[in-house]
Design a protein. Sequence first.
Length: 363
Amino acid sequence: MSAVLPVFPWDTLAEAAADARAHPDGIVDLSVGTPVDPVAAVVREALAGASAAPGYPATAGTGELRAAVVAALGRRYGITGLAEDAVLPVIGTKELIAWLPTLMGLGTDDIVVVPELAYPTYEVGARLAGSQVISANSLTQLGPRSPAMVYLNSPSNPTGEVLGADDLRTVVQWARERGALVVSDECYLGLGWEVEPVSVLDPAVSGGDHRGLLAVHSLSKSSSMAGYRAGFVAGDGGVVAELLAVRKHAGMMVPTPVQAAMVAALDDDAHVADQRARYGRRREILLTAVRRAGFTVEHSAAGLYLWATRGEPCRDTVDWLAVHGILVAPGDFYGPGGAQYVRLALTATDERIAAAVSRLVSQ
């Protein structure tokens, strides 16, 4: 256990996990949300083809990778005006989020704003830098304070809630007036089911000006590359240049074969569409079963999770599901507002999702 950080949340699920594994038909693990589908052949071939790489990789990323990022963001999400030197590969987005306040030189006098229900690593990163953390969903909650960094997460992990362009634009304008850096975690941007998520770098939000904005993207879910630790950040060229300078000193380099695999994944939209379709099918059948089992599902309009409640403490729901061999994430992982919710991931195989559905509808 760390002396400065909270208990690692997943460690608190050990007993429930043991109960779920004891189910005679095996566990259905819908907790962490780790991808299970095969990595596309085009990605694996690119990784193998670049494996003869005895030298150090470029911290800034290869020219091919930076160009592929710019092209993919434009093609997939309508982001324009992004320079190739305003893009930086990272060793998985969790690494970036955990160290971003430190890399940006934040300290004890600085405030980092995170959503009230949020991926825990936002707060962890602020704590590692010694910064103050404020959880807020409304700008009015901040009063006269001027934060150094504001995290956005749309689509949200864990809730699947999506912020519209008007809401995003309001935050951007507010932050610019105060000199705050807006960091938008967009790892689930391509997984809109009921609404179409928008990037903070979209011209409708940014006005074509990326000043004071960073968008964080991952290939873990869209390309099933969580095992590769492959992500990138894009946006304000000056901020990216500062990050690059610091990361050079720290040796934060994405391995050369992984960079080649990233290029292949970013250049190929077909495998991304196939993976999205898989998640969509799983979502449809799991959502129906969860509702039939008496749960209320809220938000969940995008992303890889269902945010559900039975109107009871979340740990009671976790235990109830574990008895039926289904392991989920308790909502209190993400903040006090999740105390009566659980998060169910869509990242199990079709066979395991079918097993979960069978168990849920038989209750």
